[in-house]
Design a protein around this ligand. Structure first.
Ligand code: UT7
Length: 334
């Protein structure tokens, strides 16, 4: 018990240096979705805000993640070899092992970055962002890639009207790196395991093979309404806490970019948080559906592209989903 363990020197403040996204080519309309469920375009639009979503074709989760990551690196002006850590937030990779992050690493060619996945469902991107922020600040890494990517169409039961219309595919990535002032606020995160079963895979993998009629593919199931109520009330409180710990008042906030779960949840949160009209609100769900871990970077990208936010603006991001788990923080738009 005489030895000592050296610590790394502290790092620097951290910020988002670049953003990149991947939107699959195929646009899937509500009309196409309702061919297989008892619903209407009007119901889907008014209850969820979704007009279209996109489904990937042959591209894998790793393909989409690598594409978004490559664009994020280009936007940040760094090369793959500058990446120290790669964090992939996803729930839809098809291999138990290796991780999607390791697969993305092969495609990008970082030359040896640490690579691992985060399993925090629709809150995964904000969990990854929190880890990346702390790593850069602690000196554990200089540049961290955080990728949120999902191919939810793989696990979608096209005949289940409680989920078939809601989910979509896509990817978004950011580079978190050193900055002279803080560009990512402290995370507010947590869980409410009383809702553990509200969003779930309907069969665990072992049971998929033990079905009376032979093996069957597992699907995502969701008790939408309790999740809706939890998100609309509890996530507004978490969002206000994230603003408070970042020292940002609502009147100084430029944008609100919540997980794109349902347009009515977004609106309920904004009302509860008393966000002034000057705060731009992300509404990417209309075109992209709910893309779980990918939804926040995708939504931020649309706001930047459409000129609703500018570089340097302050945005509140908050992810929430299966677990139930959540994470949110204030960020400076890259
Ligand atoms: O991303 C992870 C986190 N996920 C979420 O945050 C999702 C949160 N939940 C939701 O977005 C919403 O709960 C849904 C959009 C999934 C559903 O909306 P809702 O307002 O909660 O609907 P509901 O389940 O309470 O159902 C209301 C009515 C029911 O009919 P009755 O009993 O009032 O006659 C349902 O049978 O709507 C009916 N319904 C539908 N009707 C047409 C349910 N699904 C459909 C459908 N089309 N697809």
């Amino acid at each position: 018990m005489t030895g000592t363990i050296a610590s790394r020197p502290q790092g620097s403040e951290a910020s988002i240096l670049g953003l990149g996204v991947y939107r699959p080519e195929r646009v899937v309309s509500n009309e196409e979705i309702i061919e297989r469920i008892d619903s209407t375009d009007e119901w889907i639009r008014s209850r969820s805000g979704i007009e279209n979503r996109r489904f990937a074709g042959d591209e894998t989760v790793a393909d989409m993640g690598a594409d978004a990551a490559g664009k994020a690196l280009a936007a940040a002006g760094i090369t793959p070899s500058d990446v120290d850590v790669m964090i992939v937030a996803t729930s839809t990779g098809l291999n138990q092992t290796p991780s999607v992050a390791a697969e993305v690493d092969v495609r990008l060619g970082t030359g040896g970055a640490a690579a691992f996945d985060v399993g925090a469902a629709c809150a995964g991107f904000c969990h990854g962002l929190a880890l990346a922020n702390d790593m850069v600040r602690a000196g554990t890494a200089r540049n961290v890639l955080v990728i949120g990517v999902e191919k939810l169409s793989t696990f979608l039961n096209r005949d289940d009207r409680s989920t078939a219309f809601i989910f979509g595919d896509g990817a978004g990535a950011v580079v978190v790196g050193p900055a002279t002032s803080s560009g990512i606020g402290p995370v507010v995160w947590g869980s409410d395991s009383s809702g553990l079963a509200h969003i779930r895979q309907d069969l665990p993998w072992d049971e998929t093979f033990a079905q009376p009629d032979g093996p069957r593919w597992p699907y995502i199931e969701m008790d939408g309404n309790p999740v809706f109520r939890w998100a609309a009330f509890e996530m507004a409180k978490a969002g206000l806490r994230a603003l408070e710990v970042a020292g940002v008042t609502v009147d100084r906030l430029d944008a609100f970019v919540p997980h794109q779960a349902n347009m009515r949840i977004t609106d309920a949160m904004a009302r509860s948080m008393k966000l002034p009209d000057t705060v731009a609100i992300a509404r990417d769900i209309a075109h992209q559906g709910n893309t779980s871990a990918a939804s926040i970077p995708l939504a931020l990208d649309r706001m930047i592209t459409e000129g609703q936010v500018r570089s340097g603006d302050l945005a509140l991001v908050i992810g929430f989903g299966a677990g139930l788990v959540y994470a949110g923080q204030v960020i400076r738009v890259p």
